[in-house]
Design a protein around this ligand. Sequence first.
Ligand code: SF4
Length: 514
Amino acid sequence: MNYKEDFLYKPRHFKSIESWKDVTEKEWYDSKWQLKNIVTTVEELERIIKLTPYQVEELNKTFEELKHSGIRPMRITPYYASLMSYDPFHPEMLPGEKSMKRLDPIFWQCVPTPANLLFPNTGKERAMEETSRSFGIAYQRYPNRVALLVAANTSCASYCVHCQRVKSFEGVIDINLNEINKGLFYVSYNKNIDEVLVTGGDALMISQERLRYILEELSRIPHLRVIRIATRVPVVLPMAITDELLELIKISANKHSNGIEKYVYFMTHINHYHEITKDLADAIKKIREYGFTVRNQTVLLNHVNDYYKTLAETFRRMFWIGVHPYYLLQCHKEKGIAHFITPIQIGKIYIRHLQGWLSGVAKPVYAANVEGGGGKILLMPSGHNTLNTFDSLEDRISESYATVYTWDGREIYQYEALGRASREEFDEAVYIMDKFIGRKGVFLPKIIIVDEDGNHIETTNRSKLPVISNIKKSELLGYELNDVNMPLINPALIENELNELYKNSIYSKYGSSL
Ligand code: SF4
């Protein structure tokens, strides 16, 4: 494959999947049909991917247990489900991407496995308290911006297993008109607010009437300059990005604004290049044709995109379809998803590796959301001072905690990114998952091992990244070096040779009359 011309991921055609072999193109590309045919059970999954009887049994047990604790286990649009490899335990990945040690990245993002019942100890930080800084649906962590939680946390078209907003049966906030009006009032009352994030759940999963109402009301607020719409719809349900919807957003977001128009942009959530398909590219093209910018937040996920080649492919491919990588976010530490977390130090090293190969606009800012309302803290590679005691990132790539600083100068000493477990709990978890996956060496969670008093003993799977030469990196990243004798970054290295060649080339004969 010439990746530059043909870089869009090609999923299985839906007609080749047992469940949808009789579905027409018209039905498949109808978002209402997609939502009516959401995949929620293991039985339905069995008709989409290959599962052994043991895996089926384990998934059923997991789903039952999650339901028992009040969590909706799974919800996947047929479109997003079709992105999974038929055998999610042996996916085909790019050369050099450690495919033998990989699981299907879409499967891991949308199907809860026994891993979701492991590692309940999330350590020191608590879950973000959405209501503690709220007025109605307005949630504020920064002086000039608020999030408007317009959609219930169960509203998303597909549920992400790594989601910080656990899909409980109760929901978090009752999104009724009174709460919406209180939020709108707050934005209009607080003249410091110049940007709102319209989010949920998923901002585009609410009714069009409600979306129109909210945007029109926002358009009346003179001090508001920017409206950001947070949605994963383009990724999991691209057929819902219709002209009708985009027209509605375009008109209502500026319906009552006087003078300079409000700037509207979309914030989406792409985590892996397998999500970058022709259908996504078409949806993004359509959004951009209406004049909206699209930015992306990627979550750094162990077992999904925790490798710099995967990150590089994901960022540059999204950039090639017109989506700007904006944040690479540290995964939240919540009960049941600790196995998704990658140590901060590893994320920093990946970002540093990517520096030379992705231009600034194609490379996101690495950050973590601090639980309890601290906001985002930057975790950039140069930030040696964010480590607690050690001077070299490379020597401490799997250290379990770091001292971090919030934007308003609060120091969080020993900010702990990873979950905790005793040695026995960890060994048992790996045993369970090796058996579920069917082979060893794939499930490699990074967990802080503690003794019975909670003292840190070690971090699991500490490994140093090898030293990688630039030539090796170019190979790994799929850059075609047509001439390996050419310098990668500095032509002056072969200046004498170039001068000779230049003298004899046609370029030296060109006139200078410009
Ligand atoms: S789309 Fe966002 S809010 Fe919805 S499940 Fe995924 S991460 Fe959570």
